[in-house]
Design a protein around this ligand. Structure first.
Ligand SMILES: C[S@@+](CC[C@H](N)C(=O)[O-])C[C@H]1O[C@@H](n2cnc3c(N)ncnc32)[C@H](O)[C@@H]1O
Length: 472
């Protein structure tokens, strides 16, 4: 007879159904969609929140918490992975992705929010029971109890190498960015530790919602009447909503007279429109227009000057979005679905041309919490020929004396200065012009002639702009 069989049997604990917490379940579903379907959090979350509100499961506070849990968990995934790895006895790649999502959500509640420890652990274990089952909930409980033994600073000291030994890896773990991204951002930014740390920190903050009052269609005064609205920092057409809110519910936005647009994007359109050109100024081209934010601002600016905008976009469904963004534009415009590297127009047709080219988006990490983990250094090679092709066509499309704006929402040097330098070699009849005076009042624009904006310096996305004039 074994020892066990001689022990009196303990009465089994009565089975208790797990408590289903709609906020955590929804956050988990959003994380699974991001992982399994390569979905974008900013696209996946709104319909889930809407459905929860319609079911009566959610109020505004629940929606805010679910959003914070999803965005915070995704942004800080690199840091949390390093901490979770220190608390499990197998490589993270051997932990099932849904289990890892529950652990990351729990780690975020423990280390990145003010939710009390016991509530964070018990809510995560309940979530695990609902979505993973009781067996794996025990594992989740054990790991989260280990994580709860220290705070974030304590964990970072343990899991990140000292800055002096390996600065890039230290910053990658502490500020939750892939190492190659830290390295690329630092190359572009230059300077010492303080600047890059401020930038990485800014990438982890929720950006304010910024509106543009499209000239001739809405005024900033109209938008400043909204709750917690303040003027933009740099663009005369910008209004910031300091408490976020629902921009779609604002009348001017719903009517397309205003839109949601980062000030960096507004500055790109304004600088191109403001660049001096001699003689004719009637034909403007946006060669990569989808979904149409810059085209809508350019269209309104063109209308004020009696110019016509042609907005061209390769993907038909995105050309449809451009048409929607431009509907009601006060002046003439046309939207076409066309490949910007094989133009359907004659060379030299335009006085001003914008190419806001497809890129890695490393300048907009604040908005796309999962993007940093999805991007790979090889993506740069994929974009390189297209970026060069689009800039070449833009230079061919502008008349002598006209201006081309080359823009990216990435500060990666391979997508910015390297592209412009290559094209200037191939296309000797073009000169860079100083973009800085065309962004009046904006400080810290570097040595020029191109411009790189930064989240931690300007509060904008890290937009890049080079302005080129065709000389022959
Ligand atoms: C960075 S986005 C432009 C954003 C836009 N300027 C705005 O402010 O809303 C780049 C766009 O270029 C489009 N694109 C990609 N390849 C293209 C090509 N060969 N010709 C024209 N557009 C292209 C993409 O579909 C994408 O919509």
């Amino acid at each position: 007879m074994s020892d066990q069989s001689r022990r009196p049997r303990r009465p089994a604990k009565p089975y208790r159904r797990p408590k289903k917490d709609p906020v955590r379940v929804l956050a988990f579903e959003a994380l699974r969609a991001v992982d399994e379907r390569d979905a974008y959090a900013n696209l996946v979350l709104p319909p889930l929140l809407r459905a929860a509100r319609e079911r009566g499961d959610f109020d505004a506070r629940d929606a805010a918490l679910a959003t914070e849990l999803v965005y915070g968990t995704l942004r800080r995934q690199g840091t949390y992975d390093a901490i979770i790895a220190a608390c499990v006895d197998r490589p993270l790649r051997e932990v099932d992705p849904p289990v890892l999502d529950v652990l990351s959500l729990g780690a975020h509640q423990l280390l990145g929010t003010r939710i009390p420890t016991h509530a964070a652990v018990s809510a995560s274990v309940e979530l695990a029971r609902v979505v993973l089952g009781d067996g794996r909930a025990k594992f989740v409980n054990a790991v989260l109890r280990k994580i709860a033994q220290d705070d974030l600073d304590g964990w970072l000291e343990r899991v990140a190498p000292p800055y002096e030994d390996d600065p890039e890896e230290h910053l990658a773990v502490v500020h939750s960015h892939p190492r190659w991204v830290v390295s690329a951002l630092w190359d572009s930014l230059g300077g010492g530790r303080a600047g890059i740390e401020d930038l990485l920190r800014a990438d982890n903050e929720r950006p304010e919602v910024t509106l543009v009052a499209r000239p001739g269609r809405a005024t900033t005064d109209e938008l400043l009447g909204e709750e917690a609205a303040v003027p933009g920092r740099w663009s005369p057409h910008a209004v910031r909503l300091t408490e976020g809110g629902e921009p779609g519910a604002i009348t001017a936005v719903a009517e397309g007279r205003a839109g949601v647009q980062d000030e960096g994007s507004q500055l790109v359109a304004l600088a191109l429109a403001g660049a001096p050109v001699e003689g004719r100024d009637r034909m403007w081209l946006d060669g990569c227009a989808g979904p149409g934010g810059k085209a809508a601002l350019l269209g309104a600016l063109a209308a004020e000057r009696g110019a016509v905008l042609l907005a061209s976009e390769k993907q038909p469904h995105r050309a449809g979005l451009v048409a929607k963004a431009l509907a009601g534009n006060p002046g003439p415009y046309q939207v076409v679905a066309a490949d910007g590297t094989r133009p359907a127009w004659r060379p030299g047709s335009f006085d001003r041309v914008l190419v806001d080219v497809p890129c890695t988006g490393l300048g907009a990490l604040r908005r796309r919490p999962e993007a940093r983990w999805r991007r790979r250094p090889e993506d740069l090679d994929g974009f390189a020929p297209l970026q060069r092709g689009l800039l070449r066509t833009a230079l061919e499309s502008v008349r002598v004396g006209g201006v081309v704006g080359y823009a990216t929402c990435s500060p990666h040097l391979a997508e910015t200065r390297a592209v412009v330098a290559d094209l200037l070699k191939q296309f000797p009849d073009a000169d860079l012009i100083d973009a800085r005076p065309l962004l009046p009042g904006v400080p810290d624009l570097g040595e020029g002639p191109d411009v790189q904006l930064w989240p931690h310096v300007h509060g904008t996305d890290a937009m890049y702009l080079a302005l080129l004039r065709r000389t022959g």
